[in-house]
Ligand binder design. Structure first.
Ligand SMILES: NC(=[NH2+])NCCC[C@H](N)C(=O)O
Length: 292
């Protein structure tokens, strides 16, 4: 069996790349990294442990990138520097300049694991993993915004076209301004092949229409919990189709997911995900999801 390959966002998670925060997060200056007032590194590290346990218990194999104090505090959000395709990995180039050195960590991990690298985003191009969502094995949705630019999208589309994959791009809103983190995955989280959680007021119409066209039913994220969580309530990770991990403290969102037939495990992320601007999906870089 192949040890890599991702073609959708909810098939059983078999292998992932993760980085447990340690010294770099403890040493992080909150202002430099744009972490909010509730940031508390020691507490964040404990909360990360609870999250990692869920991933471990799901049976997924975790390849760890060590945090030995390289100063890359955001590197725990392993989703962003790499896109796994059905055919191999693409090394991305984060729009947030402080994160560019993370790509070398992912490149080394791929080499060690024998995962082929199909290409990389370079020059002035930027793409972050949080801005890409697989619709099916031949269709990738890309969010154009502060983290992912036209040049990056053009480069990624060329790399993917060689693999027979179409890239469709959509504008993501400015939301909280230049320094804040806001991705396509901040407004849509696939839960099963036929189900996604969305924050409807910020959904581009063309994206709404393609989700409809693909027969994907939408669960609407309650607005008050979306705002209170800084968008983290929406970034729900599918360990398997309909088997989800989300932040605790957002009961209306959880109930909406359960009503739609999903099972939900929760962990506290008020010191980790909310102030550091990235939910459970951002904390995992899927390397292998089996056919759903
Ligand atoms: N895919 C994600 N959810 N990434 C979240 C990244 C958060 C990180 N602090 C940043 O601003 O880049």
């Amino acid at each position: 069996m192949a040890e890599f390959g991702v073609r959708d966002m909810s098939a059983p998670l078999k292998r992932v790349l993760m980085r447990r925060p340690a010294k770099s997060l403890i040493d992080a200056d909150a202002a430099t990294w744009h972490y909010g007032a509730a940031f508390d590194a020691e507490k964040a590290i404990r909360q990360y442990g609870d999250f990692a346990n869920f991933v471990e218990q799901s049976g997924a194999e975790i390849l760890w990138i060590e945090d030995r104090g390289d100063g890359l505090a955001d590197a725990m959000f392993t989703q962003d520097p790499l896109l796994m395709t059905p055919h191999g990995a693409v090394l991305l180039r984060p729009g947030k300049a402080e994160r560019r050195k993370e790509v070398a960590l992912h490149e080394a991990a791929c080499k060690k694991a024998g995962i082929p690298i199909l290409g990389r985003i370079d020059g002035f191009g930027t793409v972050e993993g949080g801005d890409v969502v697989w619709l099916d094995a031949e269709t990738l949705l890309i969010g154009r915004g502060l983290r992912t630019n036209d040049e990056g999208i053009a480069q990624l589309a060329t790399i993917l076209a060689a693999q027979g994959v179409d890239a469709l791009s959509y504008d993501v809103p400015l939301w909280n301004g230049d320094d804040a983190c806001f991705h396509l995955s901040s407004i849509v989280s696939p839960l099963r092949r036929d189900l996604a959680l969305v924050f409807a007021p910020l959904l581009p119409v063309a994206l709404y229409q393609i989700l409809q066209e693909w027969g994907i039913s939408l669960v609407e994220a309650p607005a008050d919990e979306f705002h209170a969580s800084n968008g983290g309530s929406l970034q729900v990770l599918a360990l398997k189709p309909g088997e989800l991990v989300m932040l605790s403290g957002y009961p209306k969102t959880q109930a909406a997911l359960e009503t739609a037939g999903c099972t939900v495990q929760t962990f506290e992320g008020d010191a980790l995900c909310v102030p550091c601007e990235g939910g459970p999906t951002g904390l995992v870089c899927p390397l292998l999801r089996s056919a759903g």
